[in-house]
Design a protein. Sequence first.
Length: 224
Amino acid sequence: MTETITIPLFPLGLVLLPGMRLPLHIFEERYKQMIAECLADHRPFGIVLFDGQAIHSVGCMAWVDKVIKRYDDGRMDIMTRGGKRFVIQELIEDRAYMEARVFFFDDAETVSPDDNLEEVVRTAMNLLNEAGEVDIGIDPSTVGGRIDPKQLSFTIAALEGFAPAERQGLLEMTVPAERLKKSVQALSRIVARNRLTREIQKMIGGNGHPPRSILRQLENQLKK
């Protein structure tokens, strides 16, 4: 039987991923209490996506790496880091803030030789270079078996441009090779949109008019 534990729960309109750093401004009284208790007990809390209609059942634990600023009224600016993933079995509303009974899960499969991820990793590195992203701590020359597809997939999905729904889908996946492929596909679309946007901005800056072909490409990219 799967072991469950009770955790503090923070529903938000965003998704935290394992290893992802996320700054938060804590201002509601119930969450000021929750974070204060987590800091005092040196324990994490759970972040789960609330999409405006429902709380999703899969979330990610958040550790407070640093309290950036404390305000006189108890508000806080904190930096968090994603930890383990969990599935909610039951919501508990006995305290000022919500809690949940959850169990943890991880990837169910390791990478097999048949996954052939070398080309996927090379594509990811090329896209990251084009996007001009900051160093993510992975050497492109080490593609292949030494690249952790789990780490790389979550690192890519944490980049700007991924919608909450995209991140949620990747968070729930348990096959690292498939998650990496999907994250690279999504990154490819983001880079393509950014490329077209830059071209249009250059033309507008030069008092020109974007060709209809570029506008159609941008429209098609936005539909994806």
